[in-house]
Design a protein. Sequence first.
Length: 180
Amino acid sequence: MDTYKQKFTRLQNEIFALLCVRTGTVLNQREIAKLLHVSPTAVAKALPVIEKDGLLKVRKDKKMNLAKVELNRENPRAIAFKRVENLRNLYETGLVEFIEERFPGCAVMLFGSYSKGEDTQKSDIDIAVIGSKTKAVDLTKYETLLERKIYLHFYENLNINKNLKTNIINGIPLSGMVEL
């Protein structure tokens, strides 16, 4: 396989991205088509390739001729790709840049279920800002874009509970670095 070539089509990538945001929700192919502004037929043709790769679960509805689709959270590869998708969303929405501008020189760490790719649509996004006192920041715009509640946790240093410290350090650095 050529590493520079895309494995999936644009539509297949968009379907996967949508299901990453809507994890924990089962969507039918018409709902997916409506959300992505494409035809249900296009979605029906795109699904088998992603399903074959094990990233999605597709079940046929017995009452209607529709496929019910959800992210395959039992597949470690699907979770790994979801982690990448989550991180991509943080950068593409401009949230990381926004936080860097508001808290220059601070270490910014993504932690919790969102950093592990284990989040669902009902989960929140936890971000630690290390080296700053608590500061009010309006994240409404980013919460709307990411369809998640965002919590900034402020720590002047890492003299905190051992389990919390481990959780933060095992997260994903978005900016700066943490000294142990």
